[in-house]
Design a protein around this ligand. Structure first.
Ligand code: WT7
Length: 653
């Protein structure tokens, strides 16, 4: 093994118990929750629902489970916006800050719970005035402005389901999502700030809405001040119709199983799925997990860097934190604007205590260099989180040392748009961490491994991750496609939900997520996951990021093609290609050596930061381009393709 390979293995095997100082303050340090959940999962969840949620009418049945259809807290009536706002204000916390909002250009707002309630009520009344009724769908297409969480909450208040489309999506993506949902109203803005420039939201929305017959009205927020065209009779300015509304808008009592929102999950292939989430179970589990996994304390200042356009933003910027009366920080723009210190400056300015971000961001920070953190006081931080993909041990250790100063537990949280809330994660006051492992299923969650025939595996083992019992925040279906819901999640392994992820459980019972099982390659008869090879590559000091695909190969069935971003300052060379191939060979075994390695400046990613391996596969097979609409930067594929074709053959053996 190479020195780096040994180093990487050593990192994985290091353990990090919570410090005595952390334990002394932690909310949960024992296993009482596990004991209760194991004894009676339904009673456990019913207790959480009563403890965390205010019900207008109590539920009479905890869970009705008729696979694949679950109904939780049946008979219960509640309103999610009431739970996020009114009850806190009524309890005397109206002056507590709900959101510290930091605009990209440097403007800022602190919004208290009382102000948030008033503005949400006004917006809710305005939506009613635009014809929105209980049971309707409202599409939302905005940047990260305070009005975005307000829009979600206003819909929840009047019983309309929201469908947020991330502000970076194209007109076609927006159009398809609006049409699938049959939305009546679209809430958008003139533009969104991104890296000092304006994303012309209204222009894109106009192009989309031209082909959306269900849209009756478009509500337009002024943010960037650019010229926009307003269509008479259809478009109204926010500032004309919202501020003059009454701040009195009684929350609509909703059934626990009424639709709260749709969120489209595009994944890397296929037509986007309108993932359905309902009110009672979703709110219960997001509040529970937000409290437990982030060890929430009354004086926390919580900063999640996700966009509200993703499930992470829905669950852990809006609903979980507000239900728990958290003070949060929201940052509008890019982490490298005006320079690469912005994230650290925001943490320092607001004295953030919790940071929740993604491995892709962590690797960018690493790539940009430690000098950007220097001189920033990050001593307010006490807990760090990670979500979205497996975090490689090197990035974990960097996060631990450079950001957390060696004192902050890192909670690596595994979940999905479909699960609604965190499912596998450490409980920071008691879990001994291993870098790169999401550790254990949370109390109340049933998870395990099965082989390809569906046989349950003992530990240690490696196999398909399945969820073995229904959970309150589970998706209730795919909008308009019940058969696809069953086929996608419940048909592969009878009686169990299949998440699509491969996973290893070690001898101590720790869960190590391995990426999507579709990303398993068959190399000369051996199963090798793309994540394993990527992991080995980023374990080399020259490599910042790596993506790996299997392409067809006449001799080995499949051959491994790697796409590598080097750390700043490292020059690409043929000898480095050889060195990296040897490094992978030494780490995993000679069979896993990439047949080709292409150095690139960027990788094709979905807007949520997931590498689009399908596109890289197309590139490596024959250079043909697939559907690029969910790409962060469609030009990346063209440039990778050109470089790949120019180089093809040269580093093949
Ligand atoms: C997929 C879900 C969950 C919110 C953001 C993504 C991968 C997510 C982890 C993690 C390893 C992870 C899985 C999962 N994933 N978190 N901590 N470790 N993999 O939501 O877009 O619905 O994607 O993201 O592959 O299935 P999503």
């Amino acid at each position: 093994m190479s020195d780096e390979a040994v180093e990487s293995l050593l990192l994985e095997n290091r353990t990090f118990p919570p410090s005595a100082e952390f334990v002394a303050r932690a909310t949960v340090t024992d296993d009482a929750l596990d004991v209760a959940a194991a004894a009676d999962p339904e009673a456990f969840w019913a207790d959480r629902a009563r403890e965390l949620v205010d019900w207008f009418e109590p539920f009479d049945t905890v869970c009705e489970w008729d696979l694949p259809n679950a109904r939780w807290f049946v008979g219960g009536k509640l309103n999610v916006s009431y739970n996020c706002l009114d009850r806190h204000v009524a309890a005397g916390h109206g002056d507590q800050v709900a959101y510290y909002w930091e605009g990209e250009p440097g403007d800022a707002r602190a919004i208290t719970y009382a102000q948030l309630l008033d503005e949400v009520a006004q917006l809710a009344n305005a939506l009613k005035g635009l014809g929105v009724q209980k049971g309707d769908r409202v599409n939302i297409y905005l940047g990260m402005v305070p009005e975005l969480p307000m829009a979600l909450l206003a819909c929840a208040r009047i019983g309309a389901a929201h469908s947020v489309v991330f502000g970076g999506f194209s007109a076609d993506s927006l159009r398809d999502r609006i049409n699938d949902a049959g939305a009546k109203v679209l809430i958008t803005g003139d533009g969104a700030w991104r890296r000092g420039g304006v994303v012309p939201l209204k222009e894109i929305a106009d192009e989309a809405v031209a082909e959306c017959p269900s849209i009756e009205q478009v509500l337009v927020l002024r943010r960037t001040g650019n010229e926009v065209a307003m269509t008479a009779g259809r478009d109204v300015w926010w500032h004309d119709v919202v501020p003059n509304q009454s701040t009195d808008c009684p929350p609509e009592p909703m059934d626990a199983e009424d639709l709260l929102f749709l969120l489209y999950s595009s994944g890397t292939t296929g037509k986007p799925k309108g993932i359905m989430h309902t009110t009672g179970g979703y709110l219960t589990q997001v509040a529970y997990t937000h409290r437990l996994v982030f060890d929430l304390q009354p004086d926390d200042v919580y900063f999640c860097t996700a966009d509200v356009g993703w499930i992470t933003g829905h669950s852990y910027i809006v609903y979980g934190p507000l239900a728990n009366r958290t003070t949060s920080v929201i940052y509008e723009g890019a982490p490298d604007f005006p320079d690469k210190t912005r994230t650290w400056a925001v943490i320092e300015k607001y004295r953030a205590t919790i940071l929740y971000t993604a491995p892709t961001a962590i690797r960018s920070y690493m790539k940009w260099g430690d000098e950007h953190l220097e001189g920033h006081d990050l001593s307010s931080l006490r807990l760090l989180g990670s979500v979205g993909e497996p975090i490689n041990p090197e990035a974990w250790i960097w996060y631990w040392e450079k950001v957390g100063g060696g004192r902050c537990p890192i909670v690596d949280t595994w979940w999905q748009t479909e699960t609604g809330a965190i499912m596998i994660a450490p409980i920071p006051g008691r879990t001994v961490l291993k870098p790169g492992s999401a550790t254990f299923p949370l109390p109340g969650v049933g998870a395990g491994l099965v082989d390809n025939a569906g046989v349950t595996l003992g530990v240690p083992a490696s196999g398909n991750l399945v969820l073995t019992q229904p959970w309150p925040s589970m998706l209730r279906g795919i909008w308009g496609e019940p058969q696809r819901y069953f086929d996608t999640y419940w048909s592969r392994f009878a009686g169990r939900y299949f998440a699509g992820d491969g996973c290893k459980v070690d001898a101590d019972g720790y869960f190590w997520l391995l990426g999507r099982v579709d990303d398993i390659m068959l190399i000369a008869g051996h199963n090798i996951s793309t994540a394993e090879v990527e992991h080995a590559l980023v374990g080399h000091p020259a490599v910042a990021e790596a993506a790996v695909v299997g392409r067809s190969d006449p001799t080995s069935g499949q051959a491994i093609a790697a796409f590598v971003i080097l750390r700043s300052g490292v020059e690409p060379s043929d000898s480095l290609v050889a060195e990296l191939r040897d490094h992978v060979g030494a780490t995993i075994g000679p069979i896993a050596k990439p047949k080709s390695i292409l150095f690139t400046e960027d990788l094709p990613k979905t807007r949520s930061g997931k590498i689009m391996r399908r596109l890289l596969k197309d590139v490596s097979e024959d250079g043909s381009l697939g559907d690029t609409t969910t790409l962060a930067d469609p030009g990346v594929v063209e440039s990778i393709k050109a470089r790949y074709l120019a180089q093809a053959g040269s580093d093949d053996e």
